[in-house]
Design a protein around this ligand. Structure first.
Ligand SMILES: NC(=O)c1ccc[n+]([C@@H]2O[C@H](COP(=O)([O-])OP(=O)(O)OC[C@H]3O[C@@H](n4cnc5c(N)ncnc54)[C@H](OP(=O)(O)O)[C@@H]3O)[C@@H](O)[C@H]2O)c1
Length: 287
C-alpha cells in the first residue's frame, strides 16, 4: 500500500483566499490590518525570513511596520519596542524574529505584548484561553493541522489520535485543540513522550498519528497502524536540510500521510495570517 498524500499547499491557499477577502472588506471600511515585525541584529537568514513575511503581508493587503534593533540592544530596548507596537492601534499582530541574541530573553519580552495581538498564539494568556476553551488566537501549527485534516476529509471526531511529543509549540496545544468539542476535533487524544518508553504501544493503536518530537526518523512503519493517517509535524534542520520525524517508509503502511516537504509548514503560515485578520476584525469599529 502507498498512502494518499495530504499536502498543506491547497489548505493554505484556501485559508489565504479567505484572508485576502476579509482584508479587502476591512480596508473598504478604512481599517488596514498591520503585522509588525522586530529584528534584533543583522543575521542574514533572520532578515530574509522577515522579508518573506513582509512580502506575503503585502500580497494580502496587510501593512508591515518594522523595527530593527542593533545586535547590542538591551532587554529594555526590546521590551520597549514590543510595548510600542502593543499599544499602536495600526498594529494588529507582532512577530519578534527568533532567535534573538543570547543576552536577550525573547519570551519575557513577548510577555509584555497585548495577548490579542499575539499572532503566534503562544502567549501564556492564549495558552490559558485554549486550555479553558475560551476564544483567542490559536497556536499556528496545531491549528494548521486541524485545518489540514478537515480539508482532506480525514474524520477526527470520535477517533483515536496519538501525539508523539508534549512540547509547547506543537504536541501539548494540539492535544488541547483536538480534544475540544467541535466537529473538526472531538477526538480521543493520547500524548506520549520520553516518559513513556514503549510509546509504540500507543501509536500502533492510533487512527491518526501526529509526530511532534523533532527527532529525525523516529516514527517508523512498525509504529503505525495499517491504514492510519500520519501527520509529520516535528522536523529538525541541519543547516538548510530538513529532517522530518516521520521516516518515508511509513507511506507503505499508512492510509494517508503528509508529504516530506509541503505538509504542515504551509498551513502554519496561513494560520498566522488568519490570526492577524481575526485580530484586525476584533479591533475594527463596528459597521
Ligand atoms: N512543521 C512546522 O511548521 C512546525 C512548526 C513549529 C514546530 N515544529 C516542530 O515541532 C516539533 C515539536 O516542537 P515543540 O516545541 O512542540 O516540542 P519540543 O519542545 O521540541 O519537545 C519535543 C517533544 O518530543 C518528545 N520526544 C523527544 N524525543 C523523544 C523520544 N525519543 N521518544 C519520545 N518522545 C520524545 C519530548 O518528550 P519530553 O517532553 O519527555 O522531553 C517532547 O515532549 C519540533 O520538531 C519543531 O521543529 C514544526
Amino acid at each position: 500500500m502507498t498512502a494518499r498524500l495530504l499536502p498543506g499547499g491547497p489548505v493554505a491557499e484556501r485559508v489565504l483566499a479567505d484572508v485576502t477577502a476579509r482584508v479587502a472588506a476591512l480596508r473598504s471600511r478604512g481599517v488596514v490590518p498591520g503585522l509588525a515585525t522586530i529584528l534584533v541584529g543583522d543575521d542574514e537568514a533572520s532578515a530574509g525570513y522577515i522579508r518573506i513575511k513582509q512580502r506575503q503581508a503585502a500580497g494580502l493587503g496587510i501593512a508591515s511596520p518594522h523595527a530593527h534593533l542593533p545586535a547590542g540592544a538591551t532587554q529594555e530596548q526590546l521590551v520597549s519596542a514590543v510595548r510600542g507596537f502593543s499599544v499602536d492601534p495600526a498594529v494588529h499582530g507582532l512577530l519578534v524574529q527568533h532567535p534573538v541574541p543570547g543576552h536577550l530573553d525573547h519570551d519575557a519580552a513577548l510577555a509584555g505584548l497585548d495577548p490579542d495581538k499575539d499572532v503566534d498564539g503562544m502567549h501564556p494568556v492564549n495558552t490559558g484561553r485554549l486550555a479553558a476553551g475560551l476564544p483567542g488566537p490559536l497556536p499556528c501549527t496545531p491549528a494548521g493541522i486541524e485545518e489540514l485534516l478537515a480539508f482532506h476529509g480525514i474524520p477526527v471526531a470520535g477517533r483515536e489520535v496519538v501525539i508523539l511529543g508534549r512540547g509547547p509549540t506543537l504536541g501539548r496545544p494540539l492535544a488541547l485543540l483536538l480534544s475540544q468539542k467541535r466537529p473538526t476535533a472531538d477526538a480521543a487524544v493520547t500524548v506520549v513522550h520520553t516518559g513513556v518508553p514503549d510509546w509504540g504501544r500507543y501509536t500502533r493503536r492510533a487512527e491518526i498519528l501526529v509526530a511532534a518530537a523533532g527527532v529525525p526518523g523516529i516514527v517508523r512503519p512498525e509504529h503505525v497502524r495499517p491504514g492510519a493517517t500520519v501527520v509529520g509535524g516535528g522536523v529538525r534542520y541541519e543547516g538548510r536540510r530538513l529532517l522530518p520525524d516521520v521516516d518515508e517508509s511509513c507511506a507503505e503502511v499508512a492510509g494517508a500521510i503528509t508529504p516530506r516537504v509541503g505538509g504542515v509548514g504551509p498551513t502554519t503560515v496561513a494560520m498566522l495570517f488568519r490570526n492577524l485578520v481575526d485580530a484586525a476584525a476584533r479591533a475594527a469599529p463596528p459597521d
